[in-house]
Design a protein around this ligand. Structure first.
Ligand SMILES: Cc1ncc(COP(=O)(O)O)c(C=O)c1O
Length: 459
């Protein structure tokens, strides 16, 4: 098994049967959100949504949601698959979350619409429900944890929501929101597990079948599980031979852990480029709905997500957040090689990435394929020593980004170790530089073979 692959997730297709499923949620002291119960997400009585729920949602939200394009990717030929990108990041607030949010709001009673709703979210669901609340004239309160991005908080405020930045993390924010719901009698709308939310997200599946008939597989990023549950419900009804494949980051493998455990379980999440997927415990309704429909679950390493973000910017001119790029990351990492020559739809589900994170992702992506390189060379500390090194680097067409000199730890007091970060045209260009430097200097150290090159060479 390659080290890119989580050892808990077999590369072969995993068909999970209904009988294997146990949706009982084991109590966990870390899951503080369990202290107030959400009547729509009852672990003892999980709800499974139906195709009819999805069709009803499609009717309810029509006119208020974009029908997003599903277009053939420029990456298809180089990756040897017929890849289609379902561009949900083109929704007004930058993610698919609007579908479920609008559906849930439209199902409220007249009295509930007057009282308003409350929810907790790190960003995409908060923006979606705030925006559609504003459009439908329904008051919305969102509790956003202190770790939420400032940009997303400001966006929610611009949609006139009552935004409370409280709670250290999502679990704490959710508890606060549920308490508000209980005390003020406002319905709590879970962003991934409320049945109307899942049904709303399922409308993407209806569009995919219409836009990309006969797809062999649809790859869906998984956080709390509502998105994949809704999409699978639609697709498996209309196109039963289409495989449903989930993908999550190795920094937040909550769904894979739930599959292993036999039901949703608290899973420690770590900082991830795919912050939209960082849900420590998947939804009970989502879990029960998706498990019988799921064909394969993939856990992908973060570096591949960074590279996928870079590819989508460079090749598709799409600015996409980590969660939205994770399907492509799974292909780049080789988790979907069995679909070579086949037709596969990737859900590009969100574009809300802040500019500093985007910059970091692009740099990591460049590093992952050996275009951003790091090396050190020990040169003479006499006049012209460093200049000669720079000229050699320049002669290869490699551009220096950062340069640092270190003297104090070298044995030879007339030497200097020059540490460089540079941009090469491609991996071959960086190897050409390495060969030239090794001819001129006795001490040249390049960083390890980057991940994407390692995989390309293994093929
Ligand atoms: C951009 C993006 N993609 C995917 C997901 C996963 O959706 P779900 O939590 O319904 O599994 C989210 C969740 O917030 C998201 O924001």
């Amino acid at each position: 098994m390659s080290d890119e692959q989580n050892e808990n997730v077999p590369k072969d297709e995993k068909k999970v049967t209904f009988e294997e499923m146990d949706c009982s949620t084991k109590p966990d002291s870390t899951d503080v959100a369990e202290t107030v119960q959400d009547p729509f997400c009852d672990e003892k009585n999980p709800r499974v949504i139906t195709f009819q729920d999805v069709c009803q949602a499609a009717f309810m939200i029509r006119g208020g949601i974009e029908t997003t394009p599903c277009t053939r990717s420029h990456l298809s030929d180089s990756l040897g698959m017929d890849i289609y990108l379902k561009k949900e990041f083109l929704q007004f607030t930058g993610s698919f979350k609007e579908r479920g949010a609008r559906n849930a709001l439209l199902h409220l009673t007249a009295e509930q619409k007057r009282a308003g709703v409350v929810s907790a979210s790190l960003g995409n669901h908060a923006q979606a429900i705030a925006y559609h609340g504003m459009k439908l004239n329904i008051p919305v309160t969102v509790v956003m944890p202190k770790e939420a991005s400032i940009m997303k908080i400001q966006k929610c405020r611009s949609f006139k929501a009552n935004v409370l930045v409280q709670g250290a993390d999502m679990a704490a924010a959710k508890t606060i929101a549920m308490e508000i719901s209980r005390d003020k009698g406002m319905p709590y709308i879970n962003g991934y597990d409320h049945p109307y939310i899942m049904a709303g997200q399922g409308t993407i599946g209806l569009e995919i079948v219409e836009q990309c008939d006969g797809a062999d597989a649809v790859v869906v990023p998984v956080g709390g599980g509502g998105l994949i549950a809704g999409i699978a419900t639609a697709i498996k009804t209309l196109s039963p031979n289409t495989k449903i494949i989930g993908v999550e980051s190795d920094k937040c493998p909550s769904f894979s852990k739930a599959l292993e455990h036999g039901g949703p379980i608290y899973t420690k999440n770590h900082a991830t480029l795919a912050d939209g997927l960082a849900v420590p415990k998947v939804g009970v309704n989502a879990y029960k709905t998706i498990v019988p429909l799921l064909d394969k679950m993939i856990v992908v390493k973060e570096e591949w997500i960074a590279l996928a973000i870079l590819r989508l910017v460079e090749m598709e001119k799409c600015v996409v957040e980590g969660a939205g790029a994770s399907g492509l990351a799974a292909i780049l990492a080789g988790h979907l090689d069995e679909y070579k020559g086949k037709k596969i739809v990737l859900l590009i589900c969100g574009g809300n990435i802040d500019t500093t994170s985007l910059g970091r992702c692009l740099e990591r992506g460049l590093a992952a394929e050996g275009r951003l390189i790091r090396f050190s060379v020990t040169v003479s500390d006499r006049p012209g020593g460093i200049s000669e090194l720079c000229k050699l680097i320049c002669s290869c067409g490699v551009s220096i980004k950062d340069i640092m000199h270190e003297r104090a730890w070298l044995k030879d007091i007339y030497s200097v170790e020059v540490k460089i970060v540079a941009e090469a045209a491609d991996w071959e260009n960086s190897q050409q530089l390495k060969r030239i430097l090794q001819k001129h200097y006795s001490h040249v150290v390049f960083n390890d073979i980057p991940m994407a090159i390692h995989r390309a060479e293994a093929l």
